[in-house]
Design a binder for this molecule. Structure first.
Ligand code: GLU
Length: 289
């Protein structure tokens, strides 16, 4: 199975990411991802925030270098509450497998990147939230007869290293699937289109964004399975309870002032993704509910 081709989106993201790295940043950063003091006060400094770059509707770096998506809007709202204006934000790409390390190293102050709260991850990082409940699902070709998790056994499946999606497939959904793990979900799309891949699995929120892309319209469908509960949290350095508390307060305010609903409509509306209601802070919907 070959998965060498990358999509236009991920290729563009890669070029932009490389450019961004080459340009670098000359502001000084402390070990918390902030170039100002770690107190959380903006005061003219920058804040580094981890997001995804290739997930339309959630975290996307556009060809013009700007960023869009629900995670971007959540991150921007939270940053404002921490004292940082949008022009003080420096978004950094945090791929699924890099998230715990990016936080522990202090590369970023926090991460809003379709990052599910799990007990395993909580050993390494703290989480604010949850701020969205998604479910693992499958993206297949429109004419595919894959309709349940066990149909994946013996099939070519694509997912991302370090994700709950890949782990769930191996542990419970379809241990006999031929799982190909790559570093970003968009890398799975070319294989799905060519037929090298039978299904792409991750959160329905992410898959809906891909399926709604102009180049894929009518070609793919979501299986509509709720294979898991994915409680999206904001990852923070372990022990930084001051920041976690402030982010929780910001998330609560985002819901109560209507900004959460606005962000949902703006980002999930185009993909027709029917999201779950806003979660309550600190309330995790367990795996089998
Ligand atoms: N939400 C899942 C996770 O945190 C899958 C999506 C992702 O890889 O970001 O692993």
């Amino acid at each position: 199975m070959k998965l060498r081709k990358v999509t236009a989106v991920s290729a563009a993201a890669l070029v932009l990411a490389l450019t961004a790295t080459a340009c670098g940043s000359d502001d000084k950063k402390d070990d918390t991802g902030s170039s100002a003091s770690s107190s959380g006060s903006g005061s003219g400094g920058k804040i580094k925030i981890g997001i995804k770059y290739d997930q339309p509707g959630l975290g996307l770096k556009k060809p013009d270098g700007s960023f869009a998506g629900f995670d971007v809007d959540v991150a921007t709202y939270v940053a404002k509450e921490l004292g940082y204006e949008p022009n003080q934000i420096e978004f950094v790409e945090t791929k699924s497998a890099d998230r715990e390390n990016a936080i522990s190293r202090g590369d970023v102050k926090f991460i809003a990147a379709t990052y599910s709260i799990t007990d395993e991850r909580k050993k390494k990082v703290d989480f604010a939230g949850p701020y969205l409940l998604a479910h693992q699902d499958l993206l297949v070709k429109s004419d595919s007869d894959i309709s349940k998790g066990t149909d994946l056994n013996g099939k070519n499946l694509c997912s991302v290293t370090g994700s709950t999606s890949a782990q769930n497939v191996q542990k419970s959904i379809a241990p006999k699937a031929n799982l190909k793990e790559v570093s970003t979900y968009s890398e799975c799309l070319a294989g799905l289109q060519s037929g090298a891949i039978d299904a792409l699995t991750t959160d329905d929120s992410i898959l809906a964004g891909f399926a709604a892309q102009d180049q894929y319209k009518g070609k793919f469908k979501l299986a509509g399975l709720k294979l898991s509960n994915e409680n999206y949290g904001i990852g923070v350095k372990k022990g930084d309870t001051a920041t976690t508390d402030k982010i929780n307060a910001a998330l609560e305010k985002m819901v109560s002032d209507g900004s959460w609903d606005k962000a949902v409509t703006a980002n999930f509306g185009p993909a027709n993704y029917k999201n779950e209601p806003a979660p309550k802070i600190g309330v995790i919907v367990p795996k089998a509910s």
